[in-house]
Design a binder for this molecule. Structure first.
Ligand SMILES: NC(=O)c1ccc[n+]([C@@H]2O[C@H](COP(=O)([O-])OP(=O)(O)OC[C@H]3O[C@@H](n4cnc5c(N)ncnc54)[C@H](O)[C@@H]3O)[C@@H](O)[C@H]2O)c1
Length: 267
């Protein structure tokens, strides 16, 4: 093979590392888990849907395990940490990905709705981080990473997702504050903020998909409000997620990387 030719298989740059990915039974989480597994990590697929978590883990290979986990529930998250401790005794990579969607503007907002969304999307990530930190501290020094999946809605406003946007904004600054607190220990903390990605979360209330909606195809694609003129796929997010979890990101912490086809670069 000529020296310039790219290898056809992943280089397994995460061999020997343990990764926990929440919400990994489908969508973006599954794509990230698959990429980390392809790079050699032993992956824990944690999801509230236990059956799909097990099925995803089985598809990723013998080094992956599934764990039914509700990130909004203290006992469930403690059980996840106990499983990881018993199986691996440590964890190098935590990806806080699990979240629920929201379709509620301020006019319809109730405090109960706000608390339900933030209890999962905001408190859930912090709860899992607290539970996993002792195991991350036992991980291989050079490879310890926490990656929080935020959203373009954590850095920009949008109609009709007030609780979601509030939670994602909190995740962005949780990332920065935690990065400062853990820097002396060499644990790197970053956020990845996707734009419009083709997953079940992007389904509209009527069951159709936002990528197929006339407003999306007109404004974002035809008129180039997304400069790359397409919505993203879960695999478009898995690549930058892998980078932020890899040794190549060793001088990157407290950052928010937007993977949005250029959406946030325009006005
Ligand atoms: N799809 C997008 O356009 C988009 C855009 C920006 C950010 N994001 C973010 O990306 C992440 C993944 O989203 P997605 O689009 O893949 O969504 P998705 O709905 O396809 O997947 C979310 C996963 O999280 C799981 N989950 C939900 N509640 C949970 C809980 N309490 N505990 C554990 N698991 C739970 C679900 O079972 C599901 O497998 C989320 O943080 C989301 O906010 C998505």
């Amino acid at each position: 093979m000529p020296e310039t030719e790219a290898p056809s298989r992943p280089a397994r740059r995460l061999a020997g590392r343990v990764a926990v990915v929440t919400g990994a039974a489908g969508g973006i989480g599954r794509a990230i888990a698959a990429r980390l597994a392809a790079e050699g990590a032993a992956v824990v697929v944690a999801d509230i849907d236990g059956a799909r978590a097990q099925a995803t883990a089985a598809a990723l290979g013998p080094a992956a395990i599934g764990a039914r986990t509700d990130i909004a529930d203290e006992a469930s998250v403690a059980a996840l940490a106990a499983v990881v401790e018993a199986r691996f005794g440590r964890c190098e990579i935590l990806v806080n990905n699990a979240a629920v969607t929201d379709a509620c503007g301020f006019g319809d907002l109730t405090f109960a709705h706000y608390r339900r969304v933030t209890a999962i999307n905001q408190d859930g990530a912090i709860r899992v981080t607290l539970a996993m930190l002792p195991l991350i501290r036992k991980g291989e020094a050079a490879g310890r990473r926490i990656l929080n999946i935020a959203s373009i809605q954590g850095v920009r406003g949008a109609r009709d997702s007030l609780a979601y946007g509030t939670a994602k904004g909190a995740i962005v600054n949780f990332t920065r504050a935690l990065a400062c607190d853990l820097a002396d220990e060499g644990i790197l903390v970053n956020a990845l903020a996707p734009g419009f990605i083709d997953t079940p979360m992007a389904a509209l209330p009527d069951g159709s998909h936002e990528h197929d909606a006339a407003w999306f195809r007109t404004i974002y694609v035809a008129h180039g409000r997304i400069p790359l003129r397409r919505g993203g796929s879960p695999e478009d997010i898995a690549g930058p997620a892998f980078f932020l979890c890899s040794d190549d990101a060793r001088y990157v912490t407290g950052q928010v990387l937007l993977a949005d086809g250029g959406l946030s670069a325009t006005f």
